[in-house]
Write a protein that binds this ligand. Structure first.
Ligand code: TNX
Length: 493
């Protein structure tokens, strides 16, 4: 069974279960939330099978021949996202302690069906599930993916499609990089020029775009329905040219900022010594916090080359206070560890330099936890090899094996498992103009990075993984994903 991420425990069973015209999806309890998950499973399976697969509330286990989703009488050891799955001739039983666990288990079920299940038009079948007993609990609580909608803008429909891809691999954090030098992408009512001016272009000079607050809320709800927490990022004090061009008063005196459509980094900074700047940040954080039910707000903090170290540290500490006052947890790129951090703060490791490792240690000493996104492994915008038409090379080529064969603990950093909250795969969009480009960079690497976040380190090997990954080639194809056919993997024809 070619499930990605690899389940914690999997024992093949005798027999198999066939979906038929008569199969129902029984759900207990009959809560709105549990029924929605049953309905979601039905939606995934109906187009290709042509079966009705009604989600049906029930008080007890159904008789022979159905799918049974149960949130009742399950063990707490499954936690927030774990699930247990049993498939046999008598039917399918998926149990979880919490709704998110049922949702994750459904992704496993989908991956056990033939790839054609992902077609949107009716297929001949048959729709057999192999007999199995699975018990599956994630290793890390943060399994993230980041999409940069600033360098090139991606609209709501594109973002939803990306979220659906993430859900399939059990991702639970969607980090949206909403502002950078080349574009401000989220409406802020108190500062309308941010999107009017700052949202009006992108890398290469295209039309840019932005999310209205309603659209952002729609993305958040969509992600929520997939048990994915949106982590919005407003990058500061650097990476702010679009904001500065919209409100030049945010800049330091004597600088007249203008819109930027190139791809250099590190040339902009908010005026970190002016109260006007903190009023601006206060308003932005307030509006975003109100729109964001998740606990995290990412403030970037990377590559602030135009800010002195002393100013930078004072700035990060002050912003951290603003975030805390709005009831949120601050997340920032590794540079923020230069500042005094609150213990709940989360630090995202990215460059992989010796100095990054020192910063990670400094963060941990302050009680903070680390998201591992080492660029040379986890950056989806690095080229696969020298022939890749898109992407960067500054962190090296990242072939599929390179993206898979590492562990978040033991990158030579003296960090232990508890210091690490999880992993994340960022996709910067300087070279990705369309979602198709983004998908080519993300697939198949994204699948492997999420296996690192979900599955036990023990027993994970590239040789075994690449066999499972090969079986996902036809799945990508059925989903219309134009993926990179790495020569390291023997793809079925
Ligand atoms: C560095 S990664 C950046 C981004 C770029 C990326 C390109 C990080 C925190 N900063 O601004 O888009 O490199 O790979």
């Amino acid at each position: 069974m070619d499930i990605i991420p690899k389940p914690t425990l999997l024992t093949p069973n005798e027999g198999r279960f066939d979906l038929t015209h008569d199969t129902r999806i029984y759900v207990t309890p009959a809560s709105v939330e549990a029924m929605n998950i049953g309905e979601y499973l039905g939606e995934r399976l109906r187009p290709a099978t042509g079966f009705a697969l009604p989600a049906t509330p029930t008080a007890s286990a159904p008789s022979f021949g159905h799918i049974y989703l149960s949130l009742i009488d399950t063990d707490a050891a499954l936690g927030e996202e774990g699930y247990a799955l049993r498939v046999g001739a008598e039917g399918v039983t998926l149990t979880a302690h919490r709704p998110a666990g049922l949702f994750r288990g459904i992704q496993t079920l989908r991956q056990m069906l033939p790839p054609a299940i992902e077609q949107r038009a009716e297929q001949p079948g048959p729709w057999s599930l192999p007999g199995v007993e699975i018990r599956d609990v994630p290793r890390f609580s943060w399994r993230g993916a980041m999409l940069d909608v600033s360098r090139h803008f991606f609209g709501v429909e594109d973002v939803k499609r990306y979220i659906d891809h993430l859900a399939y691999y059990k991702v639970n954090r969607f980090h949206l990089h909403l502002s950078d030098d080349q574009g401000w992408r989220i409406e802020i009512k108190a500062w309308p020029k941010l999107t009017e001016i700052g949202g009006s272009t992108q890398v290469g000079g295209g039309p840019g775009g932005f999310f209205t607050q309603e659209q952002y809320a729609e993305i958040v709800r969509y992600a929520q329905s997939r048990y994915i927490v949106v982590v919005p990022e407003i990058d500061m004090p650097g990476h702010t040219m679009a904001a500065l061009a919209s409100y030049p008063e945010l800049s330091r005196e004597g600088i007249m900022p203008s819109l930027y459509t190139g791809t250099d980094v590190g040339m902009s900074s908010l005026n970190t010594r002016s109260n006007f700047t903190y009023q601006f940040i206060e308003d932005v954080i307030r509006e975003i916090a109100e729109l964001t039910p998740g606990p995290f707000i990412h403030i970037g903090g990377d590559e602030a080359y135009k800010t002195s170290e002393a100013d930078y540290v004072a700035f990060i500490e002050r912003v951290q206070g603003i975030i805390e006052r709005h009831g949120k947890i601050m997340v920032g790129w590794e540079e923020i560890a230069k500042a005094r951090l609150l213990p709940q703060t989360v630090v995202q490791f990215w460059r992989g330099h010796p100095s990054s490792m020192a910063l990670a240690r400094r963060a941990v000493e302050q009680g903070a936890r680390i998201i591992m996104s080492p660029a040379s492994r986890a950056y989806l915008d690095m080229k696969y090899d020298r022939t890749t038409p898109l992407g960067h090379t500054w962190a090296g080529f990242v072939e599929v094996q390179t993206a898979y064969e590492w562990d978040p603990v033991g990158m030579n950093m003296e960090l232990v498992e508890d210091n690490i909250i999880g992993v994340e795969a960022p996709l910067w969009s300087e070279t990705a103009r369309t979602l198709d480009d983004a998908e080519y960079l993300a697939f198949p690497r994204l699948a492997g990075i999420n296996e690192i976040g979900w599955s036990c380190a023990a027993g994970r090997t590239w040789e075994e993984y690449r066999g499972r990954l090969a079986a996902h080639g036809p799945r990508f194809a059925m989903m219309g994903i134009d993926f990179y056919r790495s020569p390291q993997v023997i793809w079925p024809v």
